[in-house]
Design a protein around this ligand. Structure first.
Ligand code: BTN
Length: 252
């Protein structure tokens, strides 16, 4: 018989006091036969962000969470996974009172242009055979003053948005209750059902943006997502799509 957590798609949940990176830790494991394996940490000594950047992870301040899951369809069907995870996370936060939460393509969780968190999805496996993915999520809960001074981009945290009593345990429960079913839905039905949900959270659509595509800068107007999750941008009257890249919002 399956216990309630297993029925919800949770195979195991571990909490570490201190790890290098919860993503790195789970990348060392094989995927569970069914469901997802979750690792939380109180701190990370080598937290990783996108594009090789460090993700500062001070003790007991924020949520550092990674989910390891197998995907029978293979790597070819995992495009869009980080968008799906972002939709689930943003919807969960909105449902629990975080007004104006949105997504900034490809992986940022933002509130009014201030970064609240980010996703780092990594994985491996076969193109058409079994694959596994680690979905890493960092959400700012209570930013220590000493760390705040170091951050150069606009940021926010849940203590500011929801009040200082906000509990990291509650936040983790909200996030997992949304994320695990979303991963099941994605494995079954792909990205398509999530695209309208993404559109409702898209903080870039209609805005003037600058896309850094491997060092080449493009400027134009964000138009939402293509069916495969790529970012559509109107540049000098014609539309281009970007499958990866760093996006900044231009002053209008
Ligand atoms: C980003 O915005 O650049 C993505 C940040 C992802 C951070 C999380 S914290 C838990 C997991 N472990 C890591 O080392 N990184 C992710």
């Amino acid at each position: 018989a399956l216990n309630p957590a297993q029925q919800a798609g949770l195979e195991s949940l571990d909490v570490s006091w201190s790890v290098g990176s919860t993503n790195t830790e789970l990348l060392r494991c094989s995927a569970p036969e069914r469901g997802a394996r979750v690792l939380l940490a109180e701190r990370q000594t080598g937290g990783r962000g996108r594009r090789g950047r460090a993700w500062a992870s001070p003790l007991a301040a924020h949520v550092y969470l990674s989910v390891l899951r197998g995907f029978a369809g293979g790597l070819s069907r995992l495009g869009g996974l980080s968008l799906v995870a972002g939709v689930a996370v943003a919807e969960a936060l909105r449902a629990h009172g975080v007004a104006n939460v949105g997504l900034k393509w490809p992986n940022d969780i933002v509130v009014d242009g201030h970064k609240l968190g980010g996703l780092l999805v990594e994985g491996g496996g076969e193109f058409a055979g079994p694959a596994r993915a680690v979905i890493g999520l960092g959400i700012n809960v209570r930013m220590p003053a000493a760390f705040a001074a170091e951050i150069t981009q606009p940021w926010t945290d849940l203590a500011t948005l929801l009040g200082d009593e906000v509990s990291r345990n509650d936040v983790v429960a909200w996030l997992l209750a949304a994320l695990l079913p979303a991963l099941d839905a994605f494995e079954g039905d792909g990205l398509a059902p999530f695209l309208p949900r993404y559109a409702a959270l898209d903080s870039l659509a209609g805005r003037n943006v600058r896309v850094d595509d491997g060092g080449v800068l493009h400027e134009g107007q964000a138009l939402g997502l293509a069916d495969d999750g790529a970012l559509r941008v109107r540049i000098d009257g014609s539309e281009r799509v970007f499958h990866a890249g760093e996006v900044s919002v231009r002053a209008q």
